[in-house]
Design a protein around this ligand. Structure first.
Ligand code: AMP
Length: 425
């Protein structure tokens, strides 16, 4: 057998593989984000990796980069127009509406999800074409406590992982009463600026996004632009003030960011982003907000809702940037080293018993000799090796070797599980 041959294939551009041991950190991050949600009454939802393309063009918005430039849209052999999901909210809301979850019981319907998302982006560190999010949505209630709850839960998730250098940016985008008035005022201001063709087009379809332009030449001209904060109607102002107070009362620090707009069309009122200062240009580790109009945009009833999505890839990068080691469940604790065919059968049984008893155990495969098998045992990170040869088996024992100290002693076969558990405790 040769192991030196390399596959001719590579992971597609903008993607990467999750491999051990790093993959364990990803699982730990997903779990850490999910735990506070489960604890707060959110139920797990899973939707397909692709949807009718219209769901996103109507829901997320034709004018957004996500839909107009970055969507993996395709036509099937059967003529269906589909797209790989670029985000989670539209799909989750579609699923909730389709199953009539909003009619079954108390509102809000609280759901969480975890999965892969796809955007045809220009890849760079922290920005991929395939990435992973854990998200939460609270559908069908207008209550500032819900907005605050979600922000608190995300804060808790990041803190439980040991992250410290993140900030919460908060803004209100107004509602269908006050935002159009602001939009017009902003358009009036923007039309008077010296901007390129594409940006001028953006003024007409999505003027708020111009505020988000990263270029200095544009930012300089934006000084003195009308701010949404000055246009909020009384209801939006009061709502926002209450969200701010609720967060303050829970001891969650945030920064007011009147320029925060985010890249999706469906947001109204509360909008927030979690940014990490150790990540360079791709600093957003998560974000979300209220989307009171989305249900109607995709043909449903009025269901004011709020949610967020946290990026797993970037959270892992943030942990690295802070030098935090996520608590990863223990890998192999015991490693079987069988010497000969009989020993292989016996140790396979022992390893199975250990696993059933909740002890992580592994085995040398392929008839390795003592030297190669011990090397495998050491490489596995196990605390103990169970070495068994013909003579041991004849005496009804295996050798339990402590791989840290090198000490070794025989243990009777029927006592292995108890002995190992004692020694590991
Ligand atoms: P968004 O849906 O754009 O609000 O994104 C929510 C979170 O998902 C972001 O804060 C990122 O952490 C993550 N995310 C979005 N796009 C990408 C991407 N292309 N690569 C990696 N993570 C991403």
């Amino acid at each position: 057998m040769t192991t030196s041959a390399v596959s001719t294939f590579q992971a597609p551009k903008g993607t990467y593989d999750l491999l051990p041991p790093d993959s364990a950190v990803f699982l730990a991050v997903r779990e850490a984000i999910a735990a506070p949600l489960r604890n707060a009454g959110y139920g797990y939802v899973e939707t397909p990796g692709f949807e009718n393309v219209e769901l996103f063009s109507r829901g997320v918005g034709e004018s957004t980069d996500i839909v107009s430039k970055e969507m993996y849209a395709f036509e099937t052999k059967g003529g269906d127009k589909l797209a790989l999901r670029p985000e989670g909210t539209a799909s989750v809301l579609r699923a909730a509406l389709e199953a009539n979850l909003h009619k079954l019981g108390n509102l809000p319907v609280k759901l969480w999800y975890s999965g892969s998302y796809y955007r045809y982006e220009r890849p760079q560190k922290g920005r991929y074409r395939h990435f992973s999010q854990v998200g939460a949505e609270a559908i069908g209630a207008e209550d500032p406590v819900l907005d605050a709850e979600l922000i608190v839960l995300a804060d808790q998730a990041y803190r439980s992982l040991g992250l410290r250098n993140f900030r919460i940016l908060l803004n209100s985008l107004g509602d269908k009463e006050c935002r159009p008035v602001y939009r017009e005022a902003l358009q009036g201001f923007l039309r008077g600026l010296d901007l390129d063709e594409e940006t001028r087009r953006r003024i007409e379809i999505n003027p708020l996004r111009v505020l988000d332009d990263k270029r200095d030449a544009v930012q300089k001209q934006l000084v003195g632009a009308p701010m949404l904060r000055d246009y909020l109607c009384d209801a939006c102002k009061a709502y926002h003030e209450e969200v701010r107070e609720l967060l303050g009362a829970q001891g969650v620090a945030f920064e007011d960011d009147p320029k925060l707009v985010r890249g999706l069309d469906y947001y109204t009122r509360t909008t927030f982003e979690f940014v990490h200062d150790g990540l360079g240009s791709q600093s957003a580790v998560g974000g979300g907000g209220r989307y009171d109009g989305l249900s109607e945009m995709i043909g449903g009833p009025s269901l004011p809702s709020v949610g967020w999505a946290l990026g797993v890839d970037r959270t892992v990068l943030a942990l690295e940037a802070e030098g935090v080691t996520a608590a990863v469940p223990a890998t192999t604790a015991v490693f079987g080293v069988p010497l000969g065919d009989e020993a292989r059968r016996v140790l396979f049984g022992t390893v199975t018993e250990l696993r059933k008893a909740g002890v992580a155990a592994d085995l040398a495969y392929g008839g390795k000799g003592l030297k190669a098998a011990m090397k495998a045992a050491n490489r596995s990170g196990a605390r103990f090796a169970l070495v068994a040869g013909e003579r041991d088996l004849a005496e009804g024992v295996v050798q339990l070797k402590d791989l840290d100290s090198g000490e070794q002693a025989p243990v009777r076969l029927e006592e292995i599980v108890t002995t190992v558990k004692e020694r590991l405790a």
